[in-house]
Design a protein around this ligand. Structure first.
Ligand SMILES: [Zn+2]
Length: 227
C-alpha cells in the first residue's frame, strides 16, 4: 500500500499514513493559460489508525499546493480538561466552553485575528461574570486581581492579551498564529483556575475529615528532643 506523510490530530503532528484511496482531477483554461488539479486522498494514520481525507489543490499560478484536511487539522489540541469543563459549567457560565471552542475552531481554520478577538471576548466575559461589570476595562481587571482570581504577574499577562485583542479589532493588527497560542495559553490557565481548580479544592476540603479538637497542651513535651 502507498505511504505518505500527513498531519494527524490524534497523534499531534506529521505522521506516516497509508493511502487507502486516491482520486485526482485536473482542469485547464487555454484562453488564460492557467491550469490546476485537485487530489483527494483517504488516509489511515500508521500511529493511531485514524481516518481522514486530504485535499491537495495545485494551481499553475501558485508555487505551493494548498493542503486541507477533513476533519480540519488541529495545530493546538484543546486541553485534557476541556470536556470536564463543559460538564462543570452551569447556567450563565456555559458561555466559557462555547467561546473557547469557537476559538479552537478559528485556529483550526487559520483565522488568527478572529481567534484573538475571541480570546479577548472570552476573558472579558469571564471577568464580568466573576466580579460584575465595574464600568471600564481597567476597573474590571483591577477587581479581578483584588478578589484573587489572578496574581499580579498573571494580571500583566492578561492585560497584554486584552491589548492584542483590542489592537486586532481597532488598529489593524494582524496577529501571528504563535501570538494566538500565547494568548490561548494564558486564557486556558485563567479558565482552569477560575472554573475547575476552585471547585476541585472546595470538593477536596469537603472530603478531608476535620481535625479533632486539640487536647490541652502539656507544659513539657512528652518526647524531649535529644540533645
Ligand atoms: Zn495518528
Amino acid at each position: 500500500m502507498k505511504k505518505t506523510k500527513a498531519h494527524c490530530n490524534s497523534c499531534g503532528g506529521v505522521k506516516n499514513h497509508e493511502v487507502l484511496h486516491s482520486e485526482t482531477s485536473s482542469w485547464s483554461d487555454d484562453e488564460h493559460q492557467i491550469s490546476g488539479s485537485d487530489q483527494f486522498d483517504t488516509l489511515k494514520c500508521g500511529g493511531c489508525d485514524a481516518i481522514k481525507l486530504r485535499h491537495k489543490s495545485s494551481f499553475s499560478e501558485s508555487d505551493e499546493d494548498e493542503v486541507t484536511y477533513f476533519p480540519p487539522a488541529i495545530f493546538r489540541k484543546p486541553p485534557a480538561w476541556f470536556d470536564k469543563l463543559r460538564k462543570k459549567l452551569k447556567g450563565k457560565d456555559r458561555f466559557v466552553h462555547r467561546l473557547l471552542k469557537e476559538v479552537y475552531v478559528a485556529l483550526q481554520h487559520d483565522l488568527p485575528a478572529l481567534a484573538v478577538m475571541g480570546v479577548r471576548a472570552l476573558l472579558e466575559a469571564v471577568m464580568i461574570s466573576k466580579v460584575g461589570d465595574q464600568g471600564t476595562f481597567a476597573h474590571n481587571i483591577a477587581e479581578f486581581e483584588r478578589l484573587g482570581y489572578v496574581s499580579r504577574l498573571e494580571r500583566a499577562r492578561l492585560e497584554a492579551i486584552l491589548e492584542a485583542g483590542h489592537a486586532t479589532i481597532h488598529r489593524d493588527y494582524e496577529p501571528e498564529t504563535d501570538d494566538v497560542i500565547t494568548a490561548l495559553n494564558v486564557a486556558e490557565q485563567i479558565v482552569e483556575t477560575v472554573y475547575l481548580h476552585d471547585d476541585e479544592i472546595a470538593a477536596l476540603s469537603e472530603r478531608v475529615p476535620p481535625r479533632a479538637p486539640r487536647a490541652p497542651r502539656n507544659k513539657k513535651p512528652s518526647n524531649p528532643p535529644a540533645a
